[in-house]
Design a protein around this ligand. Structure first.
Ligand code: SF4
Length: 470
């Protein structure tokens, strides 16, 4: 049986560009110490599998159990309280370093792809709408089965995604991350957030042309066009191309600079804008807020009354849904009725259409006033979108810390408002720089700025309302 080796050796032909600085040196280190990176990746895989699988095999924690008393609760805290919020933060600060060096799903899909069928990637799989669709699907499904709370729900969503990632890796590509590039439910979100990062790998066009050395091959997992590499959105920051043709290096840049470029691929920009407006400000925000919303309570009450008064659809008041469709955890006295599921779908769907639709409309008017593309204007709101995810996910961190007596309500409120305020200012700064270069008249650009400010304040207001009622 022939065995394929994972190439961890450094290509002797790859040399760092001349005048390499501290930032580039860090990128170089990732390439030079690839063996260590691989060890780290497999250690994370081991930790991930332990935390996803083991809690399902254990008896459920007793009601009196606290965070550190039971592996199930500790795993929940690690996954949803630490892992996810801080991965979001890390992508904003360092690009998709998480994807390229630590993500267990990325490691497993690439490993499967090295040993699999190596088929070429079909056209349907390259469709740009998958990341938005997959993000919406997993977010809504996660709410229906309470993914943050129960181990089997976590195993179903995270484990299911991992199995799919390995399956796609096994069939398509040769040692590549086809899943991560086209299908991963969070790849679109990470691509958005990475645009904010102050670090990115970039190819110097002149150095590339001037390079006269032998042809080198770089194993870029997400299959990027290295010659034109100048953006962090799709790059996994794995460092494997650092020094390639003495032209590629990790560089610093102004945080958010990528949102000022006129995109080479307007289709990708449109997809990113739709994900931000309808995915993050619509679906994700509603998913974070529905359980604490008085509107949801009123909606459910009205639905129950309507069923009882009309005498039709009484089955909606039953709790016969399987656990993989709706939360069904009788031992924790947490069982969703069919009508709960229906109301969650109606709440998230309506909020997405109303909030996303209103933002979309205002941004289109702003675009008309300023002469810019609406998608480019929408992307200036990325910092607030990123903070929406961080603040939303950190709700779980805080509620878990509260169980061990670590809660500082006034500090928490101040910190949340401070983060949202800073993200709003950051968004405004990017919007201001974009509008300054816009082709429209000065009055039109000012009006566009005011409309953008309205969009940002609208999202801040929705969080403020949630904090007041939560
Ligand atoms: S361009 Fe490809 S090889 Fe280079 S750092 Fe990004 S993901 Fe890695």
């Amino acid at each position: 049986m022939s065995r394929r080796l994972i190439p961890i050796a450094v290509s002797p032909a790859a040399q760092p560009p001349a005048g390499i600085d501290g930032v580039a040196r860090w990128g170089e280190a990732l390439r030079r110490h690839r063996g260590w990176v691989l060890c780290l990746q497999w250690a994370v895989v081991l930790l991930y599998l332990t935390l996803v699988i083991l809690p399902v095999l254990l008896p459920p924690p007793p009601e009196s159990a606290r965070l550190l008393d039971h592996l199930t609760l500790f795993a929940q805290f690690l996954f949803w309280g630490i892992w996810w919020p801080f991965v979001i933060l890390s992508v904003m600060l360092s690009g998709r370093l998480w994807c390229g060096t630590l993500c267990p799903e990325g490691t497993l899909t690439e490993w499967a792809s090295r040993h699999g069928l190596g088929r070429s990637i079909p056209r349907w799989l390259r469709w740009g709408g998958w990341p938005l669709l997959a993000f919406v699907w997993t977010t809504v499904w996660g709410q229906l089965i309470s993914v943050y709370e129960y181990p089997r729900a976590t195993l179903l969503i995270l484990g299911g995604s991992t199995v799919l990632a390995m399956g796609v890796g096994w069939v398509y590509g040769r040692g590549k991350r086809v899943w991560c590039r086209y299908l991963c439910p969070v790849s679109g979100v990470f691509g958005l957030l990475a645009r904010l990062a102050p670090l990115h790998y970039r190819a110097d066009a002149a150095a590339w042309r001037a390079h006269a050395g032998p042809a080198q091959r770089v194993d870029c997992p997400p299959l990027l066009d290295l010659r034109h590499l100048d953006a962090a959105a799709d790059c996994h920051a794995c460092g494997r191309c650092s020094g390639h043709r003495q032209a590629i290096a990790l560089r610093g840049r102004w945080p958010g600079a990528e949102l000022l470029q006129s995109a080479r691929d307007p289709q990708a920009r449109l997809q990113a804008a739709l994900l931000l407006v309808y995915g993050l400000f619509g679906v994700a925000l509603a998913a974070f807020q529905w359980s604490g919303s008085p509107l949801w309570v009123a909606l459910k009450q009205a639905a129950v009354d309507a069923v009882l008064e009309g005498g039709l659809g009484l089955w909606l008041l039953e709790d016969t849904a399987p656990w993989w469709l709706l939360t069904h955890e009788p031992q924790a006295q947490d069982v969703f009725l069919w009508i709960d599921g229906l109301c969650i779908l109606v709440y998230i769907g309506t909020a997405t259409v109303l909030v996303g639709g209103l933002l979309h409309l205002l941004l289109r008017i702003a675009a008309r006033c300023s002469g810019l593309d609406w998608a480019q204007l929408a992307l200036t709101m990325t910092p607030l979108g990123a903070m929406t995810l961080f603040v939303g996910l950190s709700q779980m961190t805080l509620s878990q810390l509260r169980t061990v007596g670590l809660a500082w309500p006034s500090f928490v409120l101040a910190a949340r408002l401070g983060l949202l305020g800073a993200a709003t200012l950051w968004s405004l700064a990017i919007a201001g720089m974009n509008l300054k270069r816009a082709p429209g008249q000065a009055a039109g650009r000012w009006l566009a700025g005011l409309l953008l400010l309205t969009c940002l304040l609208l999202m801040d207001g929705l969080w403020w309302r949630h904090f007041v009622h939560a």
